[in-house]
Design a binder for this molecule. Structure first.
Ligand code: ATP
Ligand code: ZN
Length: 224
């Protein structure tokens, strides 16, 4: 019966971890977490948590390896576009948008640049961790710029001479400011979503998901 347990992927450690666990617990799903472990079994429901890097969550759901995932829309959209290009399965069901993990993906340029508008990005190199979202935006706007993929330290790329501008996640803007960058274009707004794999779940698992969603709606409503 082990496959009758609902599997949920959450970020192991990072900005989304605490809120993700808090939300599940608020829905009545209890866990005994062992910090180092990948898996955690619920003590209250037939639910297993898979604790992974947030970047792995959309793929795990799209491949049907887990049933549900909690992940930022920025990471979700990047994976969806990447898989569309590679013609890989990228389906999933959007269950709810959750009220945490708010951020925006923005283009920022060095403050000494006299930036006038998007057309100034023509012919420029833009460093980002989200090349697919950025490319799709640039294409729509008719801007011809190159993207440079960096998985970390994106904000130092202009100073290091690796790029002319960056496209990175912003919440307060303090990191940009500290690096002499000015936010110029917001290209994507993000928050956390709970998603379900495209392939249907067994009846019992779906019934559990529906029950959890009802509780979740109650929790979210109570916060408003
Ligand atoms: P992991 O080790 O899981 O890959 P990470 O370093 O990629 O972690 P975090 O920095 O924990 O990820 O961010 C996870 C998510 O939190 C982001 O993808 C985004 O959806 C959200 N987020 C909210 N605010 C910010 C912010 N200011 N900067 C970065 N991410 C933010
Ligand atoms: Zn990540």
């Amino acid at each position: 019966m082990s496959n009758e347990r609902l599997t949920i992927a959450v970020q192991k450690s990072g900005r989304l971890s605490k809120e993700s666990m808090k939300l599940l617990e608020a829905c009545g799903v209890k866990f005994n977490l062992h910090e180092a472990r990948l898996m955690a079994h619920s003590t209250s429901h037939p639910v297993d948590l898979l604790r992974v890097r947030d970047d792995d969550i959309p793929g795990l759901v799209m491949d049907g390896v887990v049933d549900l995932g909690l992940v930022g829309e920025n990471v979700l959209e990047e994976e969806r576009l990447e898989r569309a290009i590679k013609q890989q399965a990228n389906g999933f069901t959007q269950l709810r948008r959750l009220d945490f993990g708010f951020c925006r993906l923005s283009v920022a340029v060095p403050k000494e640049e006299n930036y006038q508008g998007l057309q100034d990005l023509n012919g420029k190199k833009i460093a980002t961790t989200y090349p697919r979202i950025l490319e799709s935006y640039l294409k729509k706007q008719g801007v011809n710029a190159r993207t440079v993929m960096l998985t970390g330290s994106v904000e130092v790329a202009p100073r290091a001479g690796l790029a002319d501008a960056i496209c990175d996640l912003v919440s307060t803007g303090a990191t940009l400011e500290a690096n002499g960058l000015v936010e110029q274009e917001v290209i994507f707004r993000s928050q956390v979503q709970i998603i379900q794999r495209a392939e249907a779940l067994s009846e019992s698992k779906q019934a559990l998901v529906d029950k959890l969603l009802t509780r979740l709606d109650g929790v979210q409503l109570a916060k408003e």
